[in-house]
Ligand binder design. Structure first.
Ligand SMILES: O=C(O)CCC(=O)C(=O)O
Ligand SMILES: [Fe+2]
Length: 267
């Protein structure tokens, strides 16, 4: 199955499966923790507290007190899938637990963009509630832009749905993968080589975790580490894991000195 995941990433940039089918250890704990967080945020959302925020994501304290979620991403099988796909030793760049309010707005990661931390990246997303087409699925674009060759790296523009259609003309079936699925769906995708967005949710809120994998010497380290944890907090969360897992989580320690001195960019 792991070879199939890598082959699909190479061919399509995406592979959709489920926690059950993957069968990784710790998945029950991850899912239980994720659902607890989802319930907390659903209450806040129902009270209107999350309205008009640009991006809603779980904070450091919440991530630390639900450490099963962060640690699941350091499963050695996942690290090896990432390493095989990236073709380089892997760096684990932490998680973002995004809560998407169903307000239909195209804000933040709900506009079309590419991630720019590295040349290739693996993201693994896990949904904590059922996600249909109106519930804000992750969407991945398979088309290339006519002027794609002259754009480089961080020069890729962020686009609304309207400007995307202006650029590409009519979109056809198969141009976009909308990653719909029940709670527990797991999506592997390369969001550095593919334009993508969280489709604006209109029917119900979405809660999902995104795991970030880069190479151990990413192209733009200053755009990394944009999960909510400090380096000390990451070190504490992985203190009892294997040397391989710790090395992946603490990838920054192996950067050349100069690259280590440049602080991360704000989100
Ligand atoms: O919320 C989403 O579905 C998109 C998230 C995203 O763009 C990312 O994790 O890079
Ligand atoms: Fe993204």
């Amino acid at each position: 199955m792991d070879a199939e995941i890598v082959a699909s990433l190479e061919r399509d940039g995406v592979f959709i499966t489920s926690l059950g089918a993957l069968g990784l250890s710790g998945s029950d704990k991850l899912f239980a923790s994720g659902k607890q967080l989802k319930d907390v945020y659903a209450d806040r959302s129902a009270r209107g507290e999350l309205r008009h925020q640009y991006t809603v994501q779980a904070n450091a304290q919440e991530v630390i007190s639900h450490s099963d979620i962060f640690r699941w991403g350091l499963n050695e099988r996942l690290l090896q899938i990432a390493e095989t796909y990236l073709g380089l030793p892997v760096g684990y760049d932490g998680i973002n637990i995004f809560y998407t309010v169903a307000d239909g707005r195209q804000s933040g990661a709900r506009r079309w963009h590419r991630d720019i931390e590295d040349r290739r990246m693996l993201k693994v997303a896990v949904y904590f509630n059922d996600v249909d087409i109106d519930g804000g699925p992750l969407e991945i674009l398979h088309r290339r832009f006519p002027d794609g060759e002259i754009m480089s790296g961080s020069g890729y523009p962020v686009l609304t749905q309207e400007t995307l259609e202006t650029k590409l003309g009519t979109l056809r079936d198969g141009d976009i993968t909308s990653c719909v699925g029940p709670a527990g769906t797991v999506i592997f995708s390369d969001l550095a080589t593919h334009y993508h967005r969280g489709r604006p949710a209109i029917s119900r809120d979405r809660c999902a975790v995104f795991y970030n994998y880069i190479s151990h010497r990413p192209l733009r380290p200053f755009f990394c580490e944009r999960s909510v944890l400090s380096r000390d907090q990451v070190a504490n969360l992985v203190a009892d894991l294997s040397p391989y897992q710790r090395a992946c989580a603490l990838w920054r320690d192996r950067l050349p000195r100069l690259a280590r001195l440049v602080p991360p960019a704000p989100l």
